[in-house]
Design a protein around this ligand. Structure first.
Ligand code: FCB
Length: 489
């Protein structure tokens, strides 16, 4: 008995068993099943106005790094340094989205998404980071937004998804407080040009990732390992950049534009769902996000954070904290792995993090530990601790070892398993009244996965990078059906 059946093998085998080959076709099967959806999905539905979308970022898909006056970014420099990126890959072409954006929007239309989260490349708009703007760079996003709207897809734009203009890094990057001002100027400029049509804007994507990995551990651009004092100050400057950008966008955007951020908060799961462990997980959530989300949503660093930093604590003024806490319209959460399993314990700080077992399952990326309940606890904690009224899941998805079969099909059953289980937990949150309003699946298509280069595939569409051909995977058919039924299927 073969352990892996291709579609062709199945057709042969199934006809011998008296099954029709079409019974296997995932898309045809899903379409016919939707007729019976109402009854079958009872208890698995999402609120009626729930938004479904996909997410990408500029640097990971656009390519065309020298086109139309774009300036260099820190990732261009980083990728040129041997050994930084798996296979010494770079994003010079990536998905060539800069030239294929129209057909990529058609791909989204076929998938059935109603919203799309993308990022704007700062070095296309201000090639030197500040000063002279580049009209051709903005034109690209102008056209993209118009085409999305013409296809009934709402644009959700991220202003900073890690591609800092190299010119700013050359004068200190985020270590310089001036970068926070430059970011706010850029944010206000884009808001003035695009926010007549773009109604939802994210300031920064995953502050904690690019700060800790890029400036602390040196495994992301710009590849620095700063000592604690400089790193703590840089972290503060990034928060300030976010806050000043919120103010600049409010000043320049037309009324009605909603502003938030997309953060991969540290997710704390109560080991057992009892009151004491849940309270402990909430305490842990505040402390483990103290340098980021807690400071933004409370307008203060926690005493424990400042004590931990000690003499290396950042220098800041009360005005900084007011800017950092500028009111937001929503909070976006990128949720992948469960970071800590928390149990209550006596004595300060009232919680303990249990070590993850060596056998804890993970997806193709080793960091992506599987823990569907992260998609329940992340929004629930944010709603219960900080009383946030509107939450989006701005990223969730997984890498898988996708390989096309002989017929070119990519039957990524492991990704479908991952998504189904995570979405069940999101549905649980929504049905309990956690104000989660939408979900952006990471990601539309395989792309340049930062330091992992092209070695990790996260897409709903398989990309053959030699030909740029995009092929929907089984998970695309699954997600299409989820969206059509507004329920976990
Ligand atoms: C997130 C990033 C995104 C992508 C996914 C897999 O941390 O925001 O760009 O790399 O992980």
């Amino acid at each position: 008995m073969p352990t892996h059946l291709s579609r062709r093998d199945f057709a042969r085998l199934s006809s011998a068993l008296g099954l029709s080959a079409s019974a296997y076709d995932p898309i045809a099967h899903a379409a016919s099943a939707s007729e019976h959806a109402a009854g079958r999905n009872a208890g698995r539905g999402f609120p009626r106005d729930f938004l479904w979308g996909t997410a990408t970022s500029a640097y990971q898909i656009e390519g065309a790094l020298d086109a139309d006056g774009r300036g260099p970014s820190i990732w261009d420099t980083f990728a040129r340094s041997p050994g930084r990126i798996v296979g010494n890959a770079n994003a010079a072409v990536a998905n060539d989205h800069y030239h294929r954006w129209q057909s990529d929007i058609q791909m989204m239309t076929s998938l059935g998404v109603r919203t799309y989260r993308f990022s704007i490349a700062w070095p296309r708009i201000f090639p030197q980071g500040r000063g002279q703007s580049n009209a051709k760079g903005l034109d690209f996003y102008d056209r993209l937004v118009d085409e999305l709207l013409a296809n009934n897809i709402s644009p959700y734009a991220t202003l900073y998804h890690w591609d800092l203009p190299q010119a700013l890094q050359d004068v200190g990057g985020w270590e310089s407080r001036d970068t926070a001002n430059a970011f706010a100027d850029y944010a206000g400029y884009v808001a003035g040009r695009l926010c007549d049509r773009v109604k939802h804007v994210f300031t920064i994507n995953e502050m904690s990732t690019f700060v800790e990995l890029g400036y602390g551990q040196g495994i992301f651009a710009p590849g620095l390992k700063l000592p604690p004092k400089r790193l703590n100050q840089l972290r503060h400057n990034v928060l300030l950049g976010h806050g000043l950008a919120v103010q600049a966008i409010r000043a320049k955007a037309q009324t009605g534009t909603k502003i938030g951020l997309a953060e991969n908060m540290t997710v704390c799961i109560p080991v057992i769902e009892t009151g004491e462990h849940i309270s402990a997980a909430e305490r842990a959530t505040r402390e483990m996000n103290a340098g980021y989300l807690t400071a933004i949503l409370e307008g203060a660093y926690t005493p424990a954070y400042l004590a931990w930093a000690g003499a290396d604590a950042p220098r800041f003024s009360p005005d900084d904290m007011t800017a950092i806490a500028s009111p937001l319209d929503f909070v976006g959460l990128n949720v992948y792995a469960p970071h800590h399993y928390i149990r209550a314990c006596a004595g300060a700080p009232g919680f303990a993090s249990l070590p993850l077992s060596a056998s804890h399952p993970h997806m193709a990326s080793r960091w992506l530990k599987v823990g569907p309940e992260a998609l329940y606890w992340a929004p629930r904690h944010v709603a219960s601790i900080w009383k946030v009224k509107t939450i989006y899941i701005t990223e969730n998805g997984c890498s898988a070892a996708d390989v096309p079969d002989r017929d070119g099909n990519i039957d990524d059953t492991d990704r479908v398993m991952f998504l189904r289980n995570y979405l069940m937990q999101l549905q649980r949150a929504a049905s309990e009244g956690v104000p989660v309003r939408g979900y952006f699946l990471w990601t539309l298509m395989d792309n340049f996965e930062w330091a992992d280069g092209y070695s990790n595939r996260f897409g709903l569409h398989y990309v053959d990078f030699a030909t740029q051909r995009r092929t929907p995977k089984l998970s695309a058919a699954f997600y299409k059906e989820v969206m059509a039924q507004n329920a976990v299927v």
